[in-house]
Design a protein around this ligand. Sequence first.
Ligand code: FUB
Length: 695
Amino acid sequence: MKRVALTMLLCLPQWLAAQNPIIRDQFTADPTARVFNGRVYLYPSHDIVPPAGQRQDWFCMEDYHVFSSENLTDWTDHGVIVAQNKVPWVRPDSYSMWAPDCVYRNGKYYFYFPSAPKDGRGFGVGVAVADSPEGPFVPEPEPIKGISGIDPCVLQASDGNAYIFWGAGRCAKLKPNMKELADDTPKEKVKWGEREFEMYGVNCLSGLPNRQAEGPFAFEYNGNYYLTYPYVRENTEVLGYAMSKNPMGPYEYKGLIMAEHANGCWTNHHSIVNYKGQWYLFYHHNFFSPKDDKRRSVQIEKLFFNSDGTIREVKPTMRGVGVNKATERIEIDRFSEASADVSTAYVDTVDYKRGGLVSLPRKGSWMKYNDVDFSCITDGYLLVSVKAADNTEFCIREKSAKGKVVARFKLVVKPEEPAGGSAAMNRFRRDLRNQWLSQTAALDYTPTGITDLVITNEGDGELSVDWVQFKNRPKYFSPVTTAFAKPDKEGFIRRWMLLEPIDKPNSGNTVFTDSYLREHFNREYFKGQQTILPKDGQKVTAVFKQEQAPAGFGRGQAAPANPEVKTVKQTLTWHALDSENSNVKLFRFAEKWGSKVYGVLFWAVTVIDCPEDIPNVRLAVGSNSASMWWLDGEEVLLLSGDRRMVRDDCMSHRLTLKKGRNILRGAVINGPGMSDFCVRFLDEKGNPVRNIEIK
Ligand code: FUB
């Protein structure tokens, strides 16, 4: 048994399940889907590239595989069930194992298949029998007598009889043994050009649109019999259907189920099945072999009935059916709906299996991708692969082109004016339009549950998109849920009250001298700065005077001599958090809870509860950038200068952690870089102090 998993799909590691085509490691056509034992079983033809000596431009099939799925997304290939060289009556080098069917009756599975008989012309239809839908199937020694033709389909009607359809819509009752036509099967003389044949059964498509009809698929629903079939309306096949109150007709033509394939793929062939309350159309197309329409691939769409029992026309999509997780890389060109001006193309016109791209040519163009599951996104951002003209703006919205904005992208490239003036600039812009760029955006809004995504072109340029993918940011903090925490196994203190960052513009970290830090850390930014024991969610109002950075004040520039001073007021919240890491990532904290990440000042406080006095310990701190630390209001450590975070970078003098509560405070300042800290107490031997509780 072989699993058709994402990773082995025709060497397409990124190819997503729950999109069309559904089987990607081999060509499949003429899909008959049946529900057995709560799973969908798929019995398709198996197109192969013709071996040398075979006609290269014709169908070529030597065997059948059966596939099954519980969710229509993940398909299991159960391997070969019938092969041309294992069927006694089939010419073993005929490569003519065309469209099959399989039904269950009285404890057995009957697999019907057409092929070229050893001793005759044209096609016969054989039966192979199994105890399980996956086989092993044992072929009958002879084909069914009376059937000359292709594409068998068996309808088990509510009148208790089984009817076999084949070829251009012929139908006959089967005996209860499912292997022979009923004794009273009618016969008629049929002319084919100059020649006359005796045909068994009745022609259910007589008088209906039936040019080059084949592949009949019959089913019963709500007291109606449906005879659905491919035929040539103009130059290539459409799927049409007719309805009747009797399995053998007369049938009345009702219209199209699916129009011609837009790319000229000549055949289509299908089946219709209800699975878990939803109707589905299985059909084929030649997506993986666009220059050869005899190598096809099975696709699925949802199918709907009107209240009068007629069938709504189905549009082929590359989206197909099934749900995608938002964290999967979604090949967005396989959309479910789009504005009329949207087009698709192959990403690589040589290697088709690299998939497709979608182009949204102008402002107002949109495309929808349905059924994306966001339950996996907690703290997400969006990654897209785009080719876009300069000045492109586009959005991912929810549900419709006017829906809520999930993320917005602006692609504005401002290169230095290249030497060569505007001609060079035009070249630059053209090249830009031809480059795939990975762009990220924060989410304005995170949808919940399963929903539809819509990409809208909202700028001035053309836009092509290859894929989109939502990702969760790594988790840096979790909310405090327990009464106390222990230091981690290396003694690092991970539980902290952190105050949202105070605005403190600095052009670089080199200004962080001892005197600068003492002056700035000892300023009062908010009331109770050195005494407060805040609660989670508690707000403080920070009011302080601040030197204003002049316009254009940037990295590495010396601070101006007489800066303008203004009063700044900020309302900030304390957050009780457990850090996921031994180094507390303040930069990530600021990304999530701050209005700025650079040029800010953080306050941290935690309570260390000791079971007894612990003398002769040292506070060991590493921080990025400079920081200052106080134990019970006493300054114990200052880390100055432009520092990287290094464990135990600085040590305090000897301290005593007293029995009961000890309050440790810290302030960390950063310039234009990252910011974090790690803190622990070490005993005289340099071992981490762990017999404390952090509250
Ligand atoms: O796959 C070979 C033939 O092409 C089928 O039997 C027809 O229905 C058409 O799909």
